[in-house]
Design a protein around this ligand. Structure first.
Ligand code: 13P
Length: 252
């Protein structure tokens, strides 16, 4: 994947309610995205729809992403999904450590193990980080730095360059309170400075960064052009094919 080409990922979360609607949405998104590569587009439906959605997106340039993965491959782990199962379905990206999963008890150690397992099987982790709230003193920067350092504890520079980091400030998710393009740009520079400190400049320049949090058709262009990240992780707006397509066009 060339970092110069933006990546737009639609995280469908726990939507839609029926397989029929999931297939319809997949067909609509795929039909608008026939040409390859500008930008890269992926959708992350709930696990139960991956197979059918994959069939509908197969002939388009839309790839398949999963919303989570377990860090063991086989055995007595009721309710879990393994990376081998995802790979078998043609999944390319795996969202890991989304704040909504961390809120349900996922730990930094879980995130580390899931990322390692995903890289080991040559899928691409999209690791979510981001502060709960912003404070005047800027403590949120240390929070984000801690999350990056936690990943860096288990990843070599070469591995870090293979993952995608999605900066998703929790206060911006599903609230309509999008970060400003300046906020996003500032965080892009900050994350690169942390990666430079921990690894080196080449790692910082080669690790893909996404922004997520109330990205909509009306703010996507400005956030992309001025925020200077390498794409978006989109929630609510990825559930309407027209909105998702408008966001894709805004970065094209
Ligand atoms: P919204 O775009 O609905 O704010 O969700 C962002 C998100 O959590 C994507 O993972």
């Amino acid at each position: 994947m060339k970092k110069t080409i933006p990546l737009i990922v639609g995280n469908w979360k726990l939507n839609p309610v029926t397989l029929d609607d999931a297939v319809k949405l997949a067909i609509q998104v795929a039909s608008k995205q026939k040409k390859a590569e500008v930008p890269y587009v992926s959708v992350a439906p709930p696990f139960v729809y991956l197979s059918e959605v994959g069939k509908k997106t197969k002939k388009s340039s839309v790839s398949l992403a999963a919303q989570d993965v377990y860090f063991k491959n086989i055995g007595a782990h009721t309710g879990e999904i393994s990376i081998l199962q995802l790979k078998d379905l043609g999944v390319e990206f795996v969202i890991i450590g989304h704040s909504e999963r961390r809120a349900m008890g996922e730990t930094d150690e879980d995130v580390q193990q899931k990322v390692l397992m995903t890289i080991k099987h040559r899928l691409i982790p999209i690791v979510c980080i981001g502060e709960r709230e912003r404070d005047e003193q800027g403590h949120f920067f240390s929070f984000v730095e801690k999350q990056i350092r936690c990943l860096a504890k288990v990843l070599s520079s070469a591995q870090m360059k293979k993952i995608v980091i999605a900066y998703e400030p929790i206060w911006a998710i599903g609230t309509g309170n999008t970060a400003t393009a300046d906020d996003v740009r500032e965080m892009q520079l900050f994350i690169e400075s942390v990666l430079t400190k921990v690894y080196d400049r080449s790692t910082a320049k080669n690790t893909r960064l996404l922004y997520g949090g109330s990205v909509k058709p009306n703010n996507a262009k400005e956030l992309h052009e001025e925020g200077n990240m390498n794409g978006f992780l989109v929630g609510g707006a990825s559930l309407k094919a027209d909105d998702f397509t408008a966001i894709i066009k805004a970065v094209s």
